[in-house]
Design a protein around this ligand. Structure first.
Ligand code: HEM
Length: 284
């Protein structure tokens, strides 16, 4: 079915059948959760994201907004939960996984983040008001995202007209995919691309440069850019700051960092399994 896609409808392979049954299993769980919310929904009480959608649907009903109601049937709403859940959860988790990996592998960068977090945040819980002053920690997060490639190969898109990219003709109807991994490791754009260097994102005063490098593209770009980018960046930064404020993370004594990565599929790259030692920091 990879080579002749319509074959999957005539002679579905075992692999394709397994994929369909996994998708079905996952949607069954989401449909059940959705039903539970509908049955226990109380107007005026917003427990979570599903309730927010039910409230929006109720508002559309009250306002007689037929166009909105048309795209808010149960199938659409369950699919929206699935989109947010699957696009937002693993990407965030994997990014944290990589950040911990790099902070463990490079204790000197971890110490600099902790010095910044202690100075900016003190003993309070890191919050959005600290964000613009956590430049070094954010630069370390950006560099983790560049080198980690949680989405190494982007989602397929189709050209809607005849186009040209880098001097190549791309006819209308062609499937195009961004190679994020290649962009993030290209020596044309990054000096010593394999080096972990947060200074790439900082100006001479240690502030985040106003524009990110064009070839830093973990969230993709254009009309189908990641919908969660503006949520994920501050959210993950605050999670990283919380973690490093409270804990020192290191490799067990005598253990060298494992430089091998795992490729579990879908273009995702993850660190190989590794053990870490987590010690509560003494912040007196
Ligand atoms: C570090 C975290 C994340 C990374 C690296 C990431 C990356 C991406 C990438 C590369 C795409 C594909 C864009 C394209 O089609 O060209 C995408 C799409 C998307 N992401 Fe994220 N994402 C992250 C977090 C999130 C979060 C937290 C949410 C939601 C709360 C989210 C929601 C979405 C949605 C809905 C799409 C599809 C957008 C569309 O097709 O119009 N993502 N993301």
């Amino acid at each position: 079915e990879d080579i002749i896609p319509y074959f999957k409808d005539i002679y579905p392979t075992k692999k394709w059948q397994m994929f369909l049954s996994m998708v079905d299993e996952m949607l069954t769980v989401l449909r059940r959760k959705f039903r539970e919310h509908v049955e226990t929904f109380q107007p005026g009480v917003n427990r979570d994201f599903i309730d927010s959608m039910l409230i929006a649907k109720q508002e559309a009903k009250d306002e007689g907004d037929e166009a909105a109601l048309e795209v808010m049937d149960d199938t659409h709403l369950v699919q929206t939960i699935s989109d947010i859940f699957f696009a937002g959860v693993d990407t965030t988790r994997f990014t944290m996984d990589w950040f911990v990996y790099f902070m463990t592998r490079f204790p000197e960068f971890q110490a600099k983040c902790q010095e910044e977090i202690d100075r900016v945040v003190g003993s309070e819980q890191p919050s959005m008001k600290n964000r613009s002053k956590l430049d070094y920690t954010e630069a370390c997060l950006f560099e983790s995202m560049r080198l980690s490639n949680v989405v190494g190969i982007g989602l397929p898109h189709m050209t809607i007209c005849d186009s040209q990219v880098g001097g190549y003709d791309v006819p209308k109807g062609t499937t195009v995919i961004i190679n994020h991994w290649a962009l993030h490791h290209d020596p044309k754009y990054w000096k010593d691309p394999e080096e972990f260097d947060p200074l790439r994102y900082l100006d001479e005063n240690g502030k985040m440069k106003p524009a990110k490098p064009d070839s830093w593209l973990p969230f993709s770009a254009g009309r189908r850019v990641c919908l969660g980018e503006s949520l994920a960046k501050p959210e993950i930064l605050l999670m990283c700051a919380n973690l490093l404020q409270r804990f020192e993370i290191s490799l067990p004594e005598g253990v060298k960092p494992n430089l091998e990565h795992r490729l579990p599929g879908f273009g995702v790259e993850l660190p190989s399994d590794y053990k870490i030692v987590v010690k509560e920091r003494n912040r007196d």
